[in-house]
Design a protein around this ligand. Structure first.
Ligand code: SF4
Length: 360
């Protein structure tokens, strides 16, 4: 018997690319246009399979060790932020390095440095092995303790030298609930604990979680689009379950969407993690083929914008000339793809990515 037809899709707004991912993708697209391949990238530029595969098709080589990058080669550091020794090693040997770290991750690195310098023990709520957590832990390794779950607090608390100097920092992409319980527990143990005025969970994470919570309450099933190694995507799936939605599917794209798994759901909520491009959202909705169409549910406007990485801003005028005179490239095409930085804000990374797909 054919599966019952989906009647309506509730589409979360905001969803998909955040300001940090927009910045990183456009920056790597610029590198690809400006340099002969291969352009190297330390770690996945963002945690999304389509994004990484598309850049691979354009000649980007992703590495987990900067020592694998030849001297003098162009190298981008991913949006998740890198350990200080990785940044230093990257800049050695005359490589052209662009650091696409999200400014909000940089802010957490800064908080970690300052607190460590002031003699604090830092309890860092994050996921072991995640690129962002690895980079942040390396900023102040002697002062930071990783706390993945509430159970880890006991051991971490024992290593606190001064109970009046304890700080709690967090990976930017956690679910609100992953953070809140641990910080409450830390406050019980250390009443003067220091946390950022507005916690470290970034605006994009929070906005996407709020939008999805609204939708999950009204939908029979929820589809979260994003890769399995994307922390904020996994957090979204968790949020949907905690909002009471019984059927929550995390898919990389339409190929992974099993319509049978949706069962007899008539109203399906759809959202996308901060690193998932809009073309995947379109394709998933096309597969769901809702009889009564799509209803967008917006909880807030998001107009944050992060300008290109400093190194790229500094080199752009030179790059334009370089592309024209040395590399045999087409500066007009490069401008059409990336736009002069004055117009960067208006440029949509999903469109940039789609145009790379047309060229690849
Ligand atoms: S999810 Fe937040 S911290 Fe991560 S890249 Fe996006 S804006 Fe930056």
């Amino acid at each position: 018997m054919a599966a019952p037809r989906v009647e309506k899709v509730l589409l979360a707004e905001p969803r998909g690319f955040c300001a940090g991912v927009e910045m990183a993708i456009k920056a790597l697209a610029w590198m690809v246009r400006a340099f002969e391949p291969p352009v190297y990238c330390y770690h996945e530029i963002v945690h999304n399979r389509l994004v990484v595969d598309r850049f691979r098709e354009m000649g980007v080589v992703f590495v987990d060790d900067v020592a694998a990058v030849p001297a003098g080669a162009p190298l981008m550091l991913s949006a998740h932020g890198s350990a200080p020794e990785v940044v230093a090693a990257a800049r050695a040997d005359g490589r052209y390095v662009v650091d696409a770290v999200c400014p909000l991750v940089t802010k957490v690195h800064h908080e970690a440095k300052v607190r460590a310098r002031k003699g604090f023990t830092i309890l860092y709520v994050g996921h072991a092995g995640h690129d962002e957590a690895i980079g942040t832990l390396a900023v102040a390794p002697d002062a930071i303790r990783l706390v993945e779950r509430a159970d880890d607090l006991d051991a971490a608390a024992k290593s606190v030298a001064d109970p009046d100097r304890v700080a709690v920092l967090a990976q930017t992409t956690l679910a609100q609930n992953e953070w809140a319980g641990i910080v409450d527990d830390a406050r019980q143990r250390f009443p003067s604990v220091w946390t950022a005025t507005r916690n470290d969970l970034c605006f994009a994470t929070t906005n996407r979680q709020r939008a999805l919570t609204e939708i999950a309450r009204a939908a029979d099933a929820v589809v979260v689009i994003g890769s399995a190694n994307s922390s904020n995507t996994l957090a979204l799936a968790k949020v949907a379950r905690e909002a009471g939605c019984a059927t929550v599917l995390r898919v990389d794209g339409p190929d992974e969407l099993d319509l049978a798994a949706i069962g007899d759901a008539r109203v399906v909520g759809v959202t996308a993690g901060a690193s998932a491009p809009e073309e995947l959202v379109d394709a998933v909705i096309a597969k769901l083929a809702p009889r009564d169409g799509v209803e967008a549910m917006r909880v807030t406007d998001e107009d944050e914008y992060f300008p290109p990485p400093r190194e790229l801003r500094e080199m752009l005028p030179a790059l334009d000339t370089l592309v024209a005179t040395t590399l045999g490239g087409d500066p007009a095409r490069a401008r059409a793809l990336g736009g002069p930085f004055a117009e960067d804000r208006a440029l949509d990374a999903s469109r940039v990515l789609a145009s790379l797909g047309d060229e690849g």
